[in-house]
Design a protein around this ligand. Structure first.
Ligand code: F6R
Length: 616
């Protein structure tokens, strides 16, 4: 997730672009850049670091011109650096891009075979070179517009693009596919941004570009075209949001926004890796990891996973999934324990480290310890260029986009996607999964984003439930196996942002102690998605209810095993039992969020907590 912006009009472009980038900075903050066109020349300034670094650089030499484009980056391909920052330039053309070009390696080879020299490690650079290639080499009367359309035919993936050329100082060309892009209409000027929040200082009349729509913005008018090149007439809509609400996409808090971003984060994390052939066969393609060339994957005697907090809960789900699909023993430990434990180490083990930020001190220390012992490290992280990503041997990125709220939501579920893909790929490579089952599992994973959307549409039921229970002094979550891992994560969410005494138990452990805590002031939430264990779980629910606790059960659509023994049931769309955490955690996230708001807390900034714990 990056932010792009553009301006064409009669005012100096640079200050307008910087103002818009400030509003878009929540979408990415590892580098920023602008290209301004003045006196027939494109002036490009870009810098690694947050926007202040670029501002300082520009402060000394603000580029003059009334047309420009800007970008704030959240790195995907290529770590944060000056050279990987946008805009990218080829010839007299500059481009900013939000999204991922999935076939960029192939396009890069295609261009290199035509003597194009690349400067950066980004996927975006292929776009500008493709446009420049078509502009300079392919005869025809299409000019810049035709070259952009030619290039688009070759791109696979998602993009919102803004393109300018020193040869055309009267226009900006912009296009979107699977990434948002909005045109703002002024008088004698047009604005462009990934998010309406960046436009509100200038105009409230906007056009949301449709899928694959192309627009050409001039100073006095704008043209709109479908992906097929048909001209379309667009009527602007009026926006009356305030700026802060707009930054949060209309959600009251970033946490709620990020909970709702999970379907998109699922798609972005899955799509580049899940390949479906014309015959309907699936394959998992990790460009990052080659199973064929590296026998560690097929011979390792054990997998060790280490992480902290929510990422540790993801690791626990990963353990259940990896053991189920691969039959390799998996050990999971919190990084702060692992680093000081007298561990029995085997350098042939697969060592996995999970961290949203890639900067957690204990997690990095555990990784460095394992590295010293000779392990090869696979990192699962959300932040390209983080310390973890740089120091690990292999990296699987979660493409969740920046997570702003302190309580982790979309990063957690994206970590699960990576772990599931790894478990399935490894299980298949070790012949533990048949071809038919593999296809069935991958088809189920592919359906998860739509099922998450369906689930989020049921959020009012959770909101009502929260309004009845937000003041409970004790909330306990219980479940077995995958449901136990989700219980741990659910209890943590409630502790973090509602400051409730909440705990999680493996349901079978209840009678070994925790049942002594159950009374009328207790809410017991049971997560019940492991069908073969339903009878056992039902007994546990009866035990807590007979001690006076209120009971909520989270289970599958169409499942009625618990209807008569619980006060309430919340149902989630049915997927494989093994994939249930991807969906069952969502009601728990929503419950914590609504409880926190009802108590008058700010869920985005819980007391005593920092987003990234970079000290021990
Ligand atoms: C909980 C939460 C924390 C983090 C933990 C690890 O909502 O966000 O528990 O999961 O601090 O952080 P990362 O994943 O950045 O290593």
């Amino acid at each position: 997730m990056c932010g792009i912006t553009g301006y064409i009009g009669f005012q100096e472009a640079a200050p307008i672009l910087l103002g818009a980038l400030k509003k878009l900075e929540y979408r990415g903050y590892d580098s920023a850049g602008v290209a301004v066109l003045g006196r027939g020349q494109l002036k490009v300034s870009k810098a690694k670091g947050d926007l202040s670094v670029l501002e300082e650089r520009l402060g000394r030499e603000m580029p003059e011109g009334t047309l420009g484009i800007g970008h704030t980056r959240w790195a995907t391909h290529g770590e944060p650096s000056d050279v990987n920052s946008h805009p990218h330039v080829a010839g007299r053309i500059a481009v900013v891009h939000n999204g991922i070009i999935e076939n960029y390696r192939r396009l890069k080879e295609w261009l290199e075979a035509r003597n194009v020299v690349f400067l950066s490690d980004t996927d975006t650079e292929v776009i500008v070179h493709l446009i420049n290639y078509h502009y300079t080499n392919v005869s025809g009367d299409g000019g810049l517009f035709g070259a952009v359309r030619e290039a688009l035919l070759q791109l696979e993936g998602s993009y919102a693009l803004a393109v300018v050329s020193a040869d055309f100082p009267d226009r900006i060309i912009a296009v979107r596919k699977d990434s948002p892009l909005i045109v703002g209409l002024g008088k004698g000027e047009y604005f462009l941004a990934s998010d309406v929040s960046a436009l509100l200082a200038h105009t409230r009349e906007v056009c949301y570009l449709e899928e694959q729509e192309i627009t050409v913005l001039y100073r006095d008018h704008a043209d709109f075209f479908t992906g097929e090149g048909e001209r379309v007439i667009r009527t602007p809509v009026h926006v009356d949001w305030d700026t802060e609400a707009a930054e949060k996409g209309g959600f009251e808090h970033f946490m709620l926004k990020e909970i709702h971003e999970q379907p998109r984060a699922f798609t972005d994390t899955l799509r580049p890796r899940l390949k479906r052939s014309g015959t309907g066969d699936y394959a998992i393609d990790f460009e990052e990891i080659s199973f064929d060339e590296d026998e560690t994957w097929t011979t390792a005697p054990r997998i060790v996973i280490t992480a902290c907090g929510t990422a540790w809960h993801a690791a626990m789900v990963g353990k259940y999934a990896l053991e189920h699909f691969t039959r390799i023993p998996v050990e999971v430990d919190v990084a702060s324990e692992y680093r000081y434990r007298n561990v029995v180490f085997n350098p042939k083990d697969i060592f996995i480290v999970v961290s949203q930020s890639g900067e957690t001190a204990d997690t990095l220390a555990a990784m460095r310890f394992a590295r010293k012992e000779g392990a090869r490290i696979l990192a699962i992280t959300n932040v390209v260029g983080s310390t973890l990503a740089r120091e690990a041997d292999l990296v699987l990125h979660t493409w969740a986009g920046p997570e702003i709220a302190v309580a982790s939501t979309k990063a957690f579920t994206s970590q699960l996607i990576c772990l599931y893909l790894l478990a399935l790929k490894l299980g298949r490579a070790r012949s533990r999964i048949s071809g038919n089952d593999y296809r069935r599992y991958l088809a189920s994973l592919e359906a998860i984003p739509a099922q998450a959307e369906e689930l989020l549409a049921r959020k009012e039921a959770i909101q009502r439930f929260a309004s009845r229970h937000f003041n409970k002094s004790k909330v306990f979550f219980m479940g077995r196996q995958f449901d136990y891992a989700v219980s741990l994560e659910s209890a943590l969410k409630l502790k973090e942002i509602n400051y409730t005494h909440s705990e999680a138990f493996a349901a079978g452990e209840l009678k070994h102690g925790p049942i002594a805590l159950m009374d009328r002031d207790t809410l017991a939430v049971t997560i019940a998605t492991q069908t073969r264990l339903f009878d056992k779980t039902a007994s546990n629910i009866q035990e807590v209810r007979s001690r006076g606790a209120s009971s909520l059960v989270i289970t599958w659509d169409g499942e009625h095993s618990f209807d008569t023994i619980t006060d309430e049931v919340f149902r989630i769309p049915k997927t494989e039992d093994t994939f249930s955490p991807l969906l069952s955690v969502i009601p728990a996230q929503l419950f914590a969020y609504y409880c926190s708001v009802l108590r008058g807390n700010n869920p985005d900034k819980p007391r005593n907590l920092a987003k990234s714990v970079t000290v021990e």
